[in-house]
Write a protein that binds this ligand. Structure first.
Ligand code: TRP
Length: 339
């Protein structure tokens, strides 16, 4: 069976280290290993609109930005197809077919959707498009026969629902769609990076993110003011590394594992100051972010290149999605005219 990797980002803001640690870095790893048939990365603008219908400017501003973030980390447009979701209308047609295979109560039970509804304060005024985005996500994935989906761990319940849709479709209309598998990082700290303030997750609204596009000074300030162990008052006190975002970031990003273990043991024993650890974390992050900034500067200078990459990618994605759509129509029997 071919290996087709696909993932998307909602263009609701710039991508940050949390995205990098969970899904972006896996994309790079797959690219480097080269052991796949096709890889797609897309800007999920239709999904972004499901809770931003009244604020389309926000989506528009970020549609190319998130692709630029992906290019800046070193993803290669020769090896990966980049596209914009709304540029592939076949996805919407697939969504219409899949909508009939899911019940309202099942949608409302999805834990990620439930949590997101709460965060957004929708209460009873949930946009239908928002509630049903797992169904359109099933279209995003199946339209390309994608079977490997690198995502953040909050996406696991969505992917489970996608698999149910695939199974229902195949059981009802015969084997047609490919069942996907999600992939999350092995390293637990990388799956869901806490905010610089120690909150469970980096989020733009909490203002606790380090962005891939932040400059050196901004990164320094953010790192030096990070939340650590509030009980580690004197340097000689033993410190807690477990719920300490500085150590969680080091666990996620430090390649020198020996040094990481040494710092961790020292901090836990006492005698290691927060400032020293933060200086080191800053260095580690800078070694990751510097090449990213350099590539971004190139793409910033050449917006026409970014546009061309996405335009070509979108045309290619449409061709592929059309093939799957034709299969789907045939399986259901929505084919009335002779050629
Ligand atoms: N829901 C994903 C997110 O919020 C974005 C997304 C849309 C996606 N369609 C997808 C991810 C298909 C993987 C596969 O980040």
């Amino acid at each position: 069976m071919s290996k087709i990797i696909l993932t998307g980002d909602r263009p609701t803001g710039k991508l940050h280290l949390g995205h990098f640690a969970s899904s972006l870095r896996l994309r790079l790893k797959y690219q480097e290993e080269g052991d796949y048939d096709e890889m797609y990365v897309f800007s999920a603008d239709m999904q972004g609109l499901t809770d931003n219908a009244k604020n389309p400017e926000k989506i528009k501003e970020n549609v190319f930005e998130v692709i630029k973030d992906n290019l800046s980390i070193g993803l290669d447009p020769k090896k990966i197809t980049f596209f914009v979701q709304s540029g592939v209308p076949e996805l919407n047609e697939l969504t219409m077919f899949y909508l009939n295979l899911v019940t309202l109560s099942r949608l409302k039970r999805n834990p990620t959707i439930k949590e997101e509804i709460k965060q957004r304060g929708f209460e009873e005024s949930i946009p239908v498009g928002f509630l049903t985005y797992p169904i359109s996500q099933a279209a995003d994935i199946t339209a390309f026969d994608a079977n490997v989906i690198p995502v953040g761990d909050d996406q696991i319940p969505i992917l489970e629902q996608v698999c149910e849709i695939v199974d229902t479709f195949n059981n009802t209309y015969g084997d047609t769609l490919v069942r996907p598998k999600y992939v999350i990082p092995d390293n637990k700290s990388s799956r869901r990076l806490p905010g610089t303030d120690g909150k469970a997750k980096m989020s733009k609204s909490a203002g606790n993110c380090i962005y891939l596009s932040d400059d050196t000074e901004t990164v320094r300030k953010k790192v030096m003011s990070m939340f650590t162990d509030p009980n580690h008052i004197k340097v000689e006190n033993p410190g807690n590394t477990k719920d300490n975002p500085v150590f969680i970031y080091l666990d996620a990003f430090c390649e020198d594992r020996e040094k990481f273990e040494e710092l961790k043991n020292h901090y836990e024993r006492g005698g290691l100051g927060d400032k020293v650890v933060k200086e080191y974390l800053f260095e580690v992050l800078e070694s990751i972010l510097t090449p990213i900034r350099e590539r971004r500067a190139y793409y910033d200078e050449h917006p026409e290149i970014v546009e061309e990459i996405i335009k070509e990618g979108t045309a290619h994605a449409r061709e592929k999605a059309r093939e799957v759509l034709n299969k789907v129509r045939k399986s259901i029997g929505v084919e009335y005219f002779k050629k």
